[in-house]
Ligand binder design. Structure first.
Ligand code: AMP
Ligand code: MG
Length: 352
C-alpha cells in the first residue's frame, strides 16, 4: 500500500502531537526531567519548562521578576510605573524604574518600524474606551473615538535615559504595554536562563512562546499554532524552532460580539476601531521576543501590508491566517512549518 503526502501527514502528525503531549508532561524517556512551573501574572498563565542543574533556581528567578514587572507595568496598578506615567501626562517627567525606561525605548523603536500605523503603545485611551476583555466592553460613539484618536502618537512618549525618567506630552495621553510586555519578559526570561547556565528551556507567556536552544535531545522545539476558530489548544500547524520567540496576535484572544460583529482587543491606532483587516491571526517568529510581540501588530494592517511590514523588518518569519481560512507562510519557514488541520477547513499557502 502506498501513502500519499496527506496520508503520511495523517499518520505522522498525531504522533507528533502525541510526542508533544508526552514531552510537556515531562515523561520524556532518557532525558533529565525538566522543572515545570505555572504562575499567573500579566493577566495570563505563565508556563516554564527548564532543563539543567540550575533549572529550579532559574525558573523561580523568572517567576519573581515577572511579578515585579507586572506590578510596575499593569496600567491600573496604583503606584506602578505606567500608572504614574499616565497620571502625570502633560505635566512633565516622572522618574521610573530603569526596566520601564528600557521597555519604553523598545516600544518606540518598534513603533518607528511601522511608522506607528500598527504598533503604538499610546492606543491606551482607545483600549480603555472599548473595554475589550473587561466585564463591560462597548462600542464607543464615533465622535468619542475621533477625539481619542488625536491623543494617539507614540512620538509623544518622551524618554530621558540620563535621569531614568519619561513623560507623556499631552494631558489625557496614556500608554498601555499590553502589546509588548509579554514579549519583553520573554526576552528577559531567556537572559535569566542563560545567566544560570541553562541551555534548554521553554516558556509560554499566555501564547507568547520563547525557547532557549533545542530540546535536551537535540531536536527542535515544536510550537503549535492555534486554530483561531478552534478550541484552545486546537492547532492548524506546528513550527519547529530553536533560540526563537513565537508570538501570536489574534482576534480570538480577547473580543466581544455585538450585533453579529466581532470586536477584538487589537486596536487600529489610526482609526480608533478594533482591527478589522481580514485577518484572524498573525504569528511572528524572531530572535527578539519583544520585537516579535510588536511586529505581531502587523495584524492591524491586513495580509498585504502586514506582510510588507514583516519583510521590511527583515528579521522575522511569519504566519498570517485570513478570515477565509487561508494560512500564508513566509518562504523562510518552509521545512519548519508543518501544516496540520484536523478540521479540513484551512488552506495552506506557502511562499508568501
Ligand atoms: P497582544 O496580546 O500581544 O496581541 O496585544 C494586545 C494588547 O496590546 C491589547 O490588549 C492592548 O492592551 C494592547 N494594544 C491593542 N492594540 C494595540 C496596538 N495597535 N499597538 C500596541 N498595543 C496595542
Ligand atoms: Mg503578544
Amino acid at each position: 500500500m502506498e501513502y500519499g503526502e496527506q496520508d503520511m501527514k495523517k499518520l505522522f502528525y498525531p504522533l507528533l502531537i502525541l510526542s508533544l503531549l508526552v514531552f510537556s508532561t515531562g515523561c520524556n524517556i532518557g532525558q533529565s526531567k525538566p522543572v515545570q512551573s505555572e504562575d499567573f501574572a500579566l493577566g495570563t498563565i505563565i508556563n516554564q519548562e527548564v532543563y539543567g542543574a540550575n533549572a529550579k533556581k532559574a525558573s523561580d528567578e523568572v517567576a519573581v521578576k515577572i511579578k515585579e514587572l507586572d506590578e510596575l507595568w499593569t496600567i491600573n496598578n496604583q503606584g506602578g510605573d505606567i500608572n504614574k506615567l499616565n497620571n502625570n501626562a502633560g505635566q512633565g517627567y516622572v522618574e521610573l524604574n530603569p526596566e520601564t525606561i528600557s521597555i519604553l525605548k523598545d516600544a518606540r523603536k518598534i513603533a518607528d518600524l511601522s511608522g506607528g500605523v500598527a504598533f503604538d503603545i499610546t492606543v491606551a485611551p482607545l483600549v480603555k474606551a472599548w473595554g475589550i476583555g473587561t466585564d463591560n466592553p462597548q462600542v464607543p460613539a464615533e465622535d468619542v473615538l475621533k477625539k481619542l484618536v488625536t491623543l494617539v502618537n507614540y512620538q509623544d512618549v518622551l524618554v530621558d535615559e540620563a535621569t531614568n525618567s519619561a513623560s507623556l506630552l499631552k494631558t489625557g495621553q496614556m500608554v498601555d504595554l499590553g502589546g509588548i510586555a509579554k514579549g519583553y519578559i520573554g526576552d528577559m526570561a531567556i537572559e535569566i536562563y542563560k545567566k544560570n547556565g541553562i541551555t534548554s528551556a521553554f516558556a509560554n507567556l499566555g501564547g507568547n512562546v520563547v525557547v532557549l536552544g533545542n530540546k535536551p535531545d537535540g531536536s527542535a522545539w515544536k510550537v503549535g499554532i492555534q486554530n483561531p476558530r478552534g478550541q484552545n489548544g486546537e492547532i492548524v500547524g506546528v513550527v519547529s524552532v530553536a533560540d526563537k520567540a513565537v508570538v501570536t496576535s489574534g482576534d480570538y484572544q480577547r473580543y466581544f460580539i455585538k450585533d453579529g460583529k466581532r470586536y477584538c482587543h487589537i486596536i487600529n491606532p489610526q482609526t480608533g476601531y478594533p482591527a478589522d483587516s481580514g485577518l484572524m491571526s498573525v504569528t511572528i517568529i524572531a530572535s527578539s521576543s519583544t520585537e516579535a510581540d510588536g511586529m505581531s501588530k502587523a495584524f492591524v494592517l491586513g495580509l498585504e501590508k502586514g506582510m510588507e511590514l514583516v519583510k521590511r523588518y527583515g528579521k522575522a518569519e511569519a504566519i498570517f491566517i485570513t478570515n477565509d481560512k487561508k494560512i500564508y507562510v513566509t518562504p523562510g519557514l518552509q521545512g519548519e512549518f508543518q501544516f496540520e488541520d484536523a478540521t479540513n477547513e484551512y488552506t495552506y499557502i506557502q511562499n508568501r
